[in-house]
Design a protein around this ligand. Structure first.
Ligand code: ASP
Ligand code: MG
Length: 449
């Protein structure tokens, strides 16, 4: 069970987590393993303090540390009576002392090395996991804090380390499984690991999901639960479509397609270790436990739904590149994409005909340069004010009528581009931004209304 930053943001949130863990333990008989993020905003703050220390804003850094200490001590005070809090207070105090020393050294050196950076930013997870472990114990749930640096073994690619599966499996067997066997709930800070020499590393932003997948895979868990502040993946963006539903099942492929559209509930690559072992990953709401959430698996039960979800993205620019000289010639696409590469601009949707290519870009910052370079060998037309609309579902691969229904549902919205990529689990359509809300409503109504 992994709890994200908003699910463990303060004493109230942690109290809800204790209730959820208690209920899970009672219903499954086995203690779950709990993975904890930093309190929301803490990792950002630690990064900011690192940058400030490098610029010798010493007073600002001191204030920042004091504020972080206050936030954690305050939560602890509300969760535990003073006599029970003593041990944790000492441990957290030591952790904050290390933070102070690391930031001081950063100031003196005017730079944080990658290993110093990791030792600083893991503070949020290390402290918060201790608080959660203590809160569980206090509420009568036998728990044991586990030092994530002894449980997740990584390479030494600081700030975005990769786990070493064999060593991690061994370490998990040594550090976590015995606690479970004793009937205790192991509580582990997410996001952090260590090299086999014991040097602290972190797994990259959003890395607590990754920790959950790594540990879940090493334990061969029955399932991995990602507790967050939404009910699950939705059939559409609630800012665009009125009252979308929770998607009950999602394949890993579908989740990957949706991630691009800002369905940022989790980054699909972080759950790969779980999906590779066919362990279901569930997204659940810690503010409203009891909902079914969304379950992501490699191959979900062959649902009779036509689509999994629809998604969209605003403020997209289309570049149309035409060159009659290129008719039947080779090398045209290479030349086109070389230009985008030169100006480090990602291309999202692509459609081609024999003499033209249309692409969309999100980031139009380098567009003038790009257009100049493309005009050296082609005619170029740029159209802004567009939006991407995307229908996602594994069944698109086998039932051609679904794609026809997608296009049909957009009746009245002029379509600027249509594409179905190699995965064939999505149909992507570019429309004018002003038609997006209506198009999405019609599309969502057709499939989920
Ligand atoms: N606290 C880390 C971050 O904000 C890791 C996580 O919560 O997933 O990126
Ligand atoms: Mg996250």
């Amino acid at each position: 069970m992994k709890f994200g930053g908003t699910s463990v943001a303060d004493a109230d949130a942690i109290t809800r987590v204790v209730g959820i863990v208690k209920a899970a333990r009672a219903s499954s008989g086995l203690p779950p393993v709990v993975i904890v993020s930093a309190m929301s905003g803490v990792t950002d703050r630690l990064l900011e303090l690192t940058a400030s220390a490098e610029r010798r804003r010493d007073a600002h850094v001191q204030n920042g540390i004091a504020e972080l200490s206050r936030r954690h001590f305050e939560a602890l005070e509300r969760l535990l009576p003073p006599d029970a809090a003593n041990d944790v207070l000492v441990e957290i105090g030591a952790q904050l002392e290390d933070l102070r020393a690391l930031l001081k050294a950063t100031g003196i050196l005017r730079a944080a090395s990658p290993s110093a950076h990791d030792a600083i930013v893991c503070t949020g997870e290390l402290i918060n996991s201790r608080i959660v472990a203590a809160a569980l114990e206090q509420q009568g749930v036998p728990a044991a804090w586990v030092d994530a640096r002894r449980a997740i073994v990584t390479d030494s690619a600081h700030t975005s380390a990769s786990p070493k599966p064999e060593e991690t499996r061994e370490a998990v067997g040594r550090e976590i499984i015995p606690r479970v066997a004793e009937g205790r709930v192991p509580v582990v800070g997410g996001f952090v690991g260590a090299t086999s020499q014991g040097v602290t590393t972190t797994l990259g932003r959003g890395g607590s999901d990754y920790s959950a997948a790594i540990i879940g895979a090493a334990l061969d868990s029955r399932e991995i639960q990602i507790w967050t502040d939404v009910d699950g993946m939705l059939t559409a963006d609630p800012r665009v479509v009125e009252s979308p539903h929770v998607v009950p099942y999602l394949s890993f492929g579908e989740a990957s397609e949706l991630a691009y559209f800002g369905a940022k509930v989790l980054h699909p690559s972080t759950i790969l270790p779980a999906v590779a072992k066919d362990i279901p990953v569930r997204i659940l709401n810690s503010r409203r436990s009891g909902g079914p959430g969304t379950t992501i698996t490699a191959e979900p039960p062959a649902a009779d739904r036509a689509l999994a979800a629809v998604a969209c993205k605003r403020h997209v620019t289309m570049v149309e590149i035409t060159s009659t000289r290129m008719l039947m010639a080779h090398g045209f696409l290479r030349r086109v994409f070389e230009v985008f590469e030169r100006y480090r601009t990602a291309v999202d949707v692509v459609t081609t005909s024999e003499v033209s290519v249309s692409v969309t870009v999100d980031d139009a910052a380098r567009l003038d340069d790009i257009v100049d370079a493309l005009r050296e060998f082609s005619e170029v037309n740029v159209e802004g004010g567009l939006a991407i609309l995307c229908a996602v579902g594994d069944n698109l691969r086998c039932d051609p009528r679904i794609a026809a229904r997608v296009i049909g549902a957009l009746d009245g919205c002029p379509v600027r581009m249509v594409s179905q990529a190699a995965s064939r689990r999505n149909v992507t359509i570019v429309v004018r931004d002003e038609d997006l809300a209506r198009g999405m409503a019609q599309l969502h109504g057709e499939f989920f209304g």
